[in-house]
Design a protein around this ligand. Structure first.
Ligand code: BDR
Ligand code: CA
Length: 313
């Protein structure tokens, strides 16, 4: 089968970085048409910097990296330096990027790429707030029918929230954008906290990255070393959750994941539960299903895949 064409929309972020590295290491499965950056974990200037650092770490300086929206559609930006550090990519010491940013705006790139490609051949992979994707859908509603699917990291149901008691960070930062995306009619697959909190970098898994003996293996181990302190302190968990790599792993090995096709609505009105992903897991409403909400992962299979692919870089 030909590799799946994707656009990665991202706010790196250590876990975004690992998701990007996995995609770039898997050319037989994934063709990365471009990386579009959005403000999220840290402001746009840093996410656009970090995405290029990651491409250079992978030795893939030919990938086009675009800067996109620097703030959510209707709200001030909320960032997560308390999780990801001041740069968003704290942990390893990596050189400043030398590859330039593409001149075009990320939203224009998303629209043009979808209009130029045959319908149903490009998958969008958002790993951060959904601002760029929503803006593209607002600007060019015709692209909705051309998108093969959206596989995104965001939301939570049984795990409820990480940035507030009821909301996951990516959805909370731009709930209006999320509501546009979930209401778009595009086939959506969601990697919520329910699954990503099962993809934990235990010590043995971290040792396996380091044992690769490569700059990429060392950088990934150092990123997860840094990133894990937040979740260990908060949840008492056994290591850093690799949220965003669940998206790119799903493209390569969907058999490692399972979930339910359900209705998911986004709360945009309540101060108390802003950004909540209300997933009708038990089918108690007659609202039409609009997303496949993933709940389970074969974590050992996921880490075996990740380690094997990272070894190629
Ligand atoms: C999500 O928020 C960010 O902190 C991570 O990069 C991930 O995309 C997890 O809630
Ligand atoms: Ca992210």
């Amino acid at each position: 089968m030909a590799p799946r064409k994707i656009i990665i929309d991202t706010d790196p972020g250590q876990d975004d970085a690992v998701a990007i590295l996995l995609a770039l290491a898997s050319p037989e499965d994934i063709e990365v048409l471009g990386i579009t950056c959005v403000a999220g974990n840290v402001p746009l200037e840093l996410t656009a910097r970090n995405a290029r650092i990651v491409c250079e770490l992978a030795g893939k300086t030919d990938i086009k990296v675009f800067a996109g929206c620097d703030a959510p559609l209707e709200r001030p930006l909320v960032t997560a330096e308390h999780v990801h550090g001041k740069t968003g990519l704290d942990g390893p010491t990596l050189p400043e990027p030398r590859m330039p940013l593409a001149e075009e705006h990320a939203v224009a790139f998303i629209v043009e790429t979808l209009r130029d490609a045959a319908p149903g051949t490009v998958t969008l992979c958002p790993l951060g707030p959904l601002t760029n994707i929503a803006r593209a859908l607002q600007k060019a509603p015709d692209i909705a029918d051309r998108i093969a699917g959206i596989v995104l990291m965001g939301g939570a149901y049984f795990e409820v929230g990480n940035i507030t008691p009821t909301a996951e960070f990516n959805i909370y930062v731009d709930p209006e954008a999320a509501a546009i995306v979930f209401g778009s009619g595009v086939p959506i697959t969601v990697m919520p906290l329910d699954v990503t909190h099962k993809a934990l970098v235990t010590k043995a898994r971290n040792d396996a990255f380091r044992a690769l003996g490569t700059p990429v293996g060392a950088a990934v181990a150092e990123m997860t070393d840094f990133f894990e302190r937040f979740d260990k302190e908060k949840y008492g968990s056994n290591g850093a959750p690799l949220h965003d790599p669940c998206v790119t792993a799903y493209l390569i090995r969907p058999d490692l994941f399972s979930g339910r096709h359900v209705n998911v609505e986004i709360e945009t009105g309540s101060d108390l539960t802003l950004g909540m992903t209300v997933a009708d897991w038990w089918g108690v409403t007659d609202r039409a299903p609009n997303a496949t909400f993933i709940g389970e992962i074969d974590a050992d299979g996921f880490f075996a895949l990740l380690t094997e692919r990272l070894a190629r870089l």
